[in-house]
Design a protein around this ligand. Structure first.
Ligand SMILES: [Zn+2]
Length: 350
């Protein structure tokens, strides 16, 4: 006889098996601005005394989430980040907590044990009021804590912005190089490809030197391109040829260009596909177009990985992204296994 209640050992929660999905997952394309749970953003906003244009918490959840009524383009999607989540994350304390929570939650929820998380530090310094080094150090502290506590392999990618002047982007590259040995693993270029901001042979030069400098310093590189229906595959080709990127964020438009697919395959550039995000921003019209895009990549030997882009903002997680592609018959178990193998191979983490 014992007076103790029987104690079941704690286990990882049971999950519906998904064909081809490994036990531990890897995420390569997640933005800090879209990855923090609304209740944490809410708490961080109150800690800083932000005046919020909502009556209660549930209106706040709507404010920081994407949905098909509110988001009809990449611009609409980026506006949510710009107006709210980035601002709320703009203090050392807030960004440390934000980074920590994203890594910890994705491990607990989806068993993501390897992750590259990206953000633009200059969109977290309140237009210059905060010191960039303080912001980046704080983000690295959050990364460090999460990796230690949950035994994760993680790194940060600093995003440049298409809409920034070159001198601001140069500063971000300087910071990425400065913190390379501390956990910054690469740089990215984000923002909509419009108003002459698309990567074409004639406009790409303004970024080529920055990417070369980052590469020489040992950083890896990726670029958002080919993400919107109004662009073509030229940006994908320019990113590979002129910026010599290791990976491309989205790159959906490449499926419509035999040349772009050949360049990607020949140069061994891996695409970071984010299915729900691509549906929300209308990068693809529907799952049928997603099927065409991904099957075309597979048929042409173009490597891609599956990612979330923004877990909470899109109400998704990495398991769900894979599940959508499998249940809709777009990918089979072998394809899923290949995506995660490619992700490990294309990771910027050592
Ligand atoms: Zn993205």
């Amino acid at each position: 006889m014992t007076d103790r209640l029987p104690v079941e050992p704690l286990r990882v929660p049971e999950r519906t098996p998904i064909p081809g999905l490994p036990d531990r997952l890897i995420e390569l394309h997640l933005h800090l601005g879209g990855g923090v749970a609304p209740h944490i953003l809410w708490s961080m906003a109150h800690e800083q005394g932000f005046k919020l244009p909502v009556r209660d918490y549930f209106e706040f959840v709507d404010l920081v989430s994407s949905n098909p009524d509110k988001v009809k383009s990449l611009e609409d999607y980026l506006r949510i980040l710009h107006e709210w989540t980035e601002k709320i994350q703009s203090s050392p304390h807030a960004i440390e907590r934000a980074v920590y929570e994203v890594f910890a939650k994705e491990y607990r929820g989806s068993l993501v044990d390897t992750m590259e998380l990206r953000f633009n530090p200059m969109k977290r310094n309140l237009g210059g009021q905060r010191d960039l080094d303080h912001i980046i150090h704080a983000a690295l502290r959050g990364l460090d804590r999460a990796c230690l506590e949950y035994r994760l392999n993680g790194g940060l990618i600093l995003c440049l912005a298409r809409e920034f002047d070159a001198d601001l982007n140069e500063i971000i590259v300087d910071k990425a190089i400065k913190y390379r040995s501390r956990g910054v693993v690469g740089i990215d270029l984000a923002g909509t490809e419009q108003n002459n901001l698309e990567l074409r042979a004639d406009t790409v030069a303004r970024f080529a030197d920055m990417f070369a400098r980052a590469r020489t310093a040992g950083l890896k590189t990726t670029v958002h391109t080919g993400e919107t229906p109004n662009t073509d595959a030229d940006g994908v080709i320019a990113a590979v040829r002129h910026l010599k990127v290791d990976r491309i964020g989205h790159g959906i438009r490449a499926a419509y260009s035999a040349e772009a697919m050949r360049v990607l395959r020949d140069e061994g550039v891996t695409l970071e596909i984010c299915p729900t995000s691509n549906l929300h921003t209308r990068a693809v019209a529907d799952l049928e177009e997603m099927r065409f895009v991904l099957r075309t990549f597979i048929d042409h030997g173009v490597r891609f990985t599956i990612n979330t882009d923004a877990t909470y903002m899109l109400n998704t997680d990495l398991r769900r992204e894979v599940e959508v592609l499998v249940t809709s018959g777009i990918l089979n178990g072998d394809d899923v296994a290949a995506c995660f193998r490619h992700a490990r191979e294309a990771s910027f983490l050592a």
